[in-house]
Design a protein around this ligand. Structure first.
Ligand code: NAD
Length: 420
């Protein structure tokens, strides 16, 4: 479960995303009408879902589903359950999904969904009724060839299983390809749970190669020790890297000699908290400034800003989290020659394996964990090289390059369809 209490990706997340998309579209040489089409989702549904709570009362929840653009193929993106979900956030996140799908070259446009609710204060049966109610409310616009949801913040494989079951009941046939991130027994893919961390790892390996850095012995700091950060620390340790710093919402641990990741993972709670158990912690913002080779923000948005970007000592910053670096900080880091692997590229392992899950559901033949890992590597390495090549060809920073790569496919497909 992506249980990050994401400090609202950013209040102006929609306008920030629109700004970079506009820049990318201009750089690619499209006319303004292309931006007019792509600056908002083509479809945005708001639903009201009445749910009978355990105490007998009826509570009405608000839900959203955004479909950014379906020129390339069906839309795809997670569903988050969070009290701070807003229409603008869901819109922006659907646009990020278009970028991610374009970057890893999978045949989807971006989608996203959300329900304004707090599952931490709801019972299991209440969450099940809400999940099923949401699917009934949006069923007209979703489906295996229309729009394919997946897990996101506070939703998990169990939520996906209920939703898939509800959709199959409505349609009166088994529809595993309606949703991804399912349990393996219901048609989920091997490797889905670790897909994001694997994608980040592959980006780190490629970035190290580009900087002629040996990953064995490389000193790495990871901010955030939840789903993404925890798996990542484990995988990187297995590759011979030295994790010298980790953090959670309460503080950071730093040891130049390397931390015992297995021990910390064993002690971590289900919200990714571990530092509370230690006395010798340092503040989170101090961790980011420590000497290291590679820095991986894997927690919340807006962590590297105009204020601290000058003090970052890493040679490479790989963004596992969504939106951890502001635009101002991106410029500072790029000017200092620090290689940034932007979020839309680094965290695209999840949607890539979701695509593999959908393909396996469609053909009814299932791949081994090794096959999934190999196919994921192929996709991420190719995406990484395309972004780096685009950055050097157009003399732009890697974030703008990633947006250019990400939006190009959707723009081209929209043009061929005669939409613009
Ligand atoms: P999570 O809830 O499992 O873990 C979040 C971690 O960050 C926890 O250790 C928490 O204590 C820590 N944290 C929270 N606030 C912090 C702060 N201010 N400073 C330092 N640490 C803080 O979440 P996750 O699923 O690991 O997601 C982390 C980030 O990665 C998010 O931005 C998410 O959108 C992004 N992401 C995750 C996935 C995924 O598959 N899990 C996929 C794509 C992107």
């Amino acid at each position: 479960m992506g249980v990050v209490v994401e400090k609202k990706v950013e209040n102006n997340v929609l306008s920030a995303t629109q700004k970079v998309i506009q820049e990318a579209i201009n750089k690619l040489g499209y006319r303004d009408e292309m931006y007019e089409l792509l600056k908002e989702p083509v479809r945005m549904l708001t639903v009201r879902i009445p749910i009978r709570m355990d105490n007998g009362d009826v509570k009405v929840f608000t839900g959203y589903r955004a479909q950014h653009n379906d020129a390339v193929g069906p839309t795809k993106g997670g569903i988050r359950f969070h009290p701070e979900v807003t229409e603008d956030e869901v819109k922006a996140l659907s646009m990020w999904m278009t970028l991610k799908c374009g970057i890893v070259n999978v045949p989807y446009g971006g989608g996203k969904g959300g329900i304004v609710c707090d599952p931490r204060s709801m019972s299991f049966p209440e969450i099940e009724r809400l999940s099923r109610g949401y699917v009934r409310a949006i069923s007209q616009i979703v489906g295996p060839t229309k729009d394919i949801p997946a897990p996101d913040v506070f939703t998990n494989s169990q939520t996906m299983a209920w939703m898939m079951d509800e959709y199959s009941r409505i349609r009166e046939f088994d529809s595993p390809g309606f949703i991804t991130g399912k349990p393996v027994i219901l048609g989920g893919s091997h490797g889905r749970e670790t897909a994001t961390a694997m994608g980040v790892t592959i980006c780190i390996e490629e970035a190290a190669k580009a900087k002629e850095m040996d990953l064995v012995g490389a000193k790495i700091i990871i901010q955030g020790f939840g789903n993404a950060g925890g798996y990542l620390a484990k995988i990187l340790t297995g590759r011979g890297a030295k994790i010298i710093g980790i953090s959670d919402a309460y503080g950071a641990l730093y040891d130049e000699a390397g931390l015992d990741i297995d021990y910390l993972l064993d002690k971590r709670d289900s919200f990714g908290t571990v530092t509370k158990l230690f006395k010798n912690t340092i503040p989170n913002h101090e961790l980011l400034k420590q000497e290291c080779d590679i820095l991986v923000p894997a927690a919340v948005a807006n962590q590297i800003t105009g204020e601290n970007a000058h003090e970052i000592k890493a040679n490479i910053v790989v963004e596992a989290a969504n939106g951890p670096t502001t635009m101002e900080a991106t410029k500072i880091l790029a000017d200092r020659g620090i290689l940034i692997v932007p979020d839309v590229l680094a965290s695209s392992g999840g949607v890539t394996v979701s695509y593999f899950e959908w393909v396996q559901n469609n053909i009814g033949y299932y791949w081994s964990e090794e096959e999934v890992a190999e196919k994921l590597r192929e996709k991420i390495v190719s995406a990484f090289n395309t972004v780096i090549h685009t950055a050097s060809l157009h003399k732009v920073d890697t974030r703008l390059a990633a947006y250019m790569v990400g939006i190009r496919k959707t723009a081209e497909a929209s043009r061929f369809r005669g939409w613009v």
